[in-house]
Design a binder for this molecule. Structure first.
Ligand code: SF4
Ligand code: SF4
Length: 240
């Protein structure tokens, strides 16, 4: 792997060529905020909160999204320049207008001094980061979600806003959602996803009677790995 030399906020560092600037900066102790980034999936730079200013030594600089901008020889990176801070503040203003009550957003608003967004509040809770769809695709591998429509009608959804036949009820989308807006709840013997209009019956352990996981998810795993029919009849606690 080729090593490159670059500067971050005027200090010299080395990095593996192709490593994304967000990782390089964080690995070297520079704090860069993110909302739509998760190490488990490919970055797509949607929220733009991780913007940094880069210059390749020819006098001109530009603001780029650090989660998907690769480290290169001779790059000079500014993580907190006035241009960077202006972009981050604008992003936070837009997020704060979209979902003004979510602690993940209000925390950033406080930190970036956004007291009252200039934009009309939408009272929504989804920031359209697309993380749910990316983990469903890239980690779970069932492709049950996508960002649908454009502009103000854009929405994270199952196909046609109906219960997806592909969703296995694993809950991974819910665990990564930065605004906790998918509304997954285990109630009695059901797992409900309010945002996806989906409900699953939970499989119970034959010994203790506690819920293990959605029957559909366990059957999906059992078939995928060619496991015996009774493999998930007993929970991991009762198995030992
Ligand atoms: S619960 Fe459904 S939509 Fe969410 S990650 Fe799992 S399979 Fe995908
Ligand atoms: S539901 Fe959550 S994870 Fe999915 S796009 Fe909206 S905020 Fe992001």
């Amino acid at each position: 792997m080729t090593t490159v030399s670059l500067k971050i906020n005027g200090h010299p560092f080395q990095a593996s060529e192709g490593d994304m600037l967000l990782k390089v900066c964080r690995d070297n102790g520079f704090d860069i905020p993110t909302m739509c980034y998760n190490e488990a999936v490919e970055p797509d730079g949607r929220c733009r909160l991780c913007s940094v200013e880069v210059s390749e030594g020819r006098g001109r600089s530009r603001v780029v999204v650090s989660c998907n901008y690769p480290a290169r020889e001779g790059l000079e990176v500014q993580t907190h320049s006035p241009r960077v801070m202006a972009v981050r503040k604008l992003v936070i203003e837009l997020l704060a207008a979209r979902c003004p009550t979510k602690p993940q957003v209000t925390g950033f608003a406080k930190r970036f001094g956004v007291a009252k967004p200039r934009y009309k509040p939408l009272d929504d809770v989804c920031i359209l980061c697309g993380l749910c769809a990316r983990v469903c695709d890239q980690v779970v591998g069932v492709h049950a979600l996508s960002l649908v429509n454009r502009g103000s009608t854009k929405w994270a959804s199952t196909p046609f806003f109906e219960a997806s036949k592909d969703c296995i009820g694993c809950g991974t989308c819910n665990y990564v959602c930065p605004t906790d807006c998918i509304g997954m709840e285990d109630v009695g013997d059901k797992r409900v996803f309010k945002k996806w209009n989906t409900e699953f019956t939970m499989k119970k352990c034959k010994v203790c009677g506690n819920n293990i996981a959605p029957e559909y998810q366990l059957e999906y795993i059992r078939k995928k790995w060619n496991l015996p029919a009774d493999h998930f009849d007993v929970c991991t606690t009762c198995r030992v």
